[in-house]
Write a protein that binds this ligand. Structure first.
Ligand SMILES: Nc1ncnc2c1ncn2[C@@H]1O[C@H](COP(=O)(O)OP(=O)(O)OP(=O)(O)O)[C@@H](O)[C@H]1O
Ligand SMILES: [Mg+2]
Length: 503
């Protein structure tokens, strides 16, 4: 019965040259429900929702809003008919205020002049409706990612959206921000807004959704009622096979006689003071809350942030990496957290991206060895399952998660002795996560060392040989494997720096 649905996508197909992004997907969104949309990296989730907004024109298939069929969806038609999308990378202008961003491209005018005051009032109203405290005049650059996202949601509300589609909204947020976002999503639902929620974190899907639709390789798989579904069932539907283990087994391979990296009283931005060692074959987990200084620490080791004082030793020899180039030459790699800004060259092929750090090594007199280049790229394409038609595909045409895999491949190919991973599996699907963990296991089995920053407790305890916890730029705790415990780690993570004892 069509009238029950606000949005219907029927047999949507989308072809790109050499790629079928969507083969045949059908989706029905009921009025006032939250529909979780899940699938592996490259399954077609983002492409599907872009068809709803007119950002992508499907090759074939039908789109209906409130029972009315639209032959050709456009961004304007979508907006007029109450469809709003929060994309993973929001297109805000950092130098403008919150209110100005809300009315970007459609300012309120009084005659010919822009009516700033009216926009600020409207913005304030929308923020109040969502119970969020943002000053409409605040410049977006001064707001956290969480607030920036709230502005996007408020914009949808101000435009009277009936359908809100969110593409991995929790990925860039801190835990507290995620909680705040959930509250807003639940509030919107209670006001009758229908929501499509995309996430790789199944616990979020379980918490929020009424029904869950699974897609795989551009095909519709199934739709389940959330309260009757299980995690195992969903994983099976997503990856098409059983997955019984989350973490691949690892033979202990730490060589405690061989210290690869040692930090002695390293200070980065004034109050960071760090002393610890990493051994050959060891995965050292770095836990802590967002803002504890973990990324800064990684940057100091990688030479992209200056250190104020202290010493860094690599294989017993003091080193002073002053730039990433120097760090790479020393055998240190950093797989950064913010992959859009620091990671891939989007307009360049997968092959070139993966070989980037090694060009110096595989070239003779500036002539690149194309056989090696191709072999390396193919190897990582296969090992981390980068979903692409060929390794010559431009990175910008890959799905979000697959772009991340290219960056991982790039740093793995660099053949470094110490690899620092900053949130290695954020935005990565369950199946590929397992492959990345296997790669980390391979690295340490070869005697390399891994420093892994992770905010996912399960990943931290599941993969580390030892964990150190940071709070406010200080080390507040160190745990050996037999002491791993989520509560203890959380207690250390929220410990105040000068009060090192955790009760
Ligand atoms: N502009 C494009 N040109 C060519 N191929 C594309 C383009 N956009 C998307 N694709 C391909 O379509 C497929 C589906 O991508 P999509 O971004 O929809 O996946 P996704 O389910 O959102 O994945 P993720 O979880 O990684 O974000 C991928 O194989 C991707 O490489
Ligand atoms: Mg996507």
């Amino acid at each position: 019965m069509s009238e029950d649905y606000v949005l219907e996508l029927e047999h949507i197909r989308k072809e790109y040259p050499g790629v079928v992004a969507l083969a045949d997907v059908t989706l029905q969104l009921r009025r006032g429900e939250i529909l979780g949309l899940i699938g592996e990296n490259g399954a077609g989730k983002s492409t599907l929702i872009k068809c709803c907004s007119g950002a992508v024109i499907p090759t074939s298939g039908k789109i209906k809003i409130n029972g009315k069929t639209f032959d050709r969806m456009t961004p304007q038609l979508a907006a007029e008919n109450g469809i709003a999308i929060i994309y993973q990378e929001f297109n805000n202008v950092k130098e403008l205020s919150a209110a100005e961003n809300m009315f970007l491209g459609r300012p309120i005018r009084k005659g010919v002049v822009i009516d700033r005051k009216a926009m600020e009032e409207e913005a304030a109203k929308a923020f109040a409706q969502l119970n969020i405290k943002i000053n409409p005049r605040e410049l977006v650059k001064n707001l956290s990612v969480g607030y920036q996202q709230m502005i996007e949601i408020a914009k949808a509300i101000q435009q009277n959206a009936q359908v809100l589609i969110m593409d991995e909204p929790s990925a860039p947020l801190t835990n507290n921000e995620v909680e705040a976002m959930f509250k807003v999503v639940e509030l919107l639902k209670s006001k009758g807004v229908s929501i499509i929620y995309i996430s790789h974190r199944l616990e979020e899907i379980f918490r929020l959704s009424d029904r869950i639709e699974v897609i795989r390789d551009g095909e519709y798989v199934d739709t389940l009622i959330t309260k009757d579904a299980t995690v195992d069932e969903l994983i099976h539907l997503m990856v098409g096979r059983e997955m019984t283990q989350k973490f691949p087994p690892r033979e202990p391979c730490v060589d405690y006689s061989k210290v690869v990296l040692e930090l002695k009283n390293v200070c980065g931005n004034g109050d960071v003071d760090m002393s610890f060692k990493i051994h050959a074959g060891e995965v050292l987990g770095l836990g802590g809350l967002v803002g504890a200084g973990r990324t800064e620490l990684a940057q100091v080791i990688f030479g992209s942030k200056p250190k104020d004082s202290g010493q860094i030793f690599l294989n017993g020899k003091e080193v002073h990496p002053k730039s990433p180039r120097e760090a790479i030459d020393l055998g240190i790699a950093l797989v950064p957290e913010d992959r859009k800004r620091h990671g891939a060259l989007l307009g360049v092929s997968i092959k070139n991206n993966i070989n980037m750090p090694t060009y110096k090594r595989i070239s003779t007199a500036s002539v690149i060895n194309s056989t090696v280049e191709k072999r390396t790229a193919e190897k990582y394409r296969e090992e981390i399952q980068i979903k692409c038609p060929t390794i010559n595909q431009l990175v910008k045409n890959l799905s979000g998660g697959n772009q991340q895999k290219v960056i991982l491949g790039k740093w793995l190919a660099a053949d470094s002795q110490l690899i620092i991973f900053d949130e290695p599996t954020r935005g990565i699907d369950v199946g590929a996560k397992y492959e990345i963990y296997k790669l980390i296991n391979d690295l340490v089995a070869q005697g390399r060392s891994v420093l892994m920053i992770s905010s996912e407790m399960e990943e931290l305890t599941g993969m580390s040989d030892r964990i150190i916890v940071l709070a406010e730029g200080h080390m507040t705790g160190e745990l050996t494997k037999d002491q791993f415990n989520a509560d203890t780690i959380m207690a250390y993570a929220s410990a105040v720096a000068d009060k090192k004892e955790v009760s």
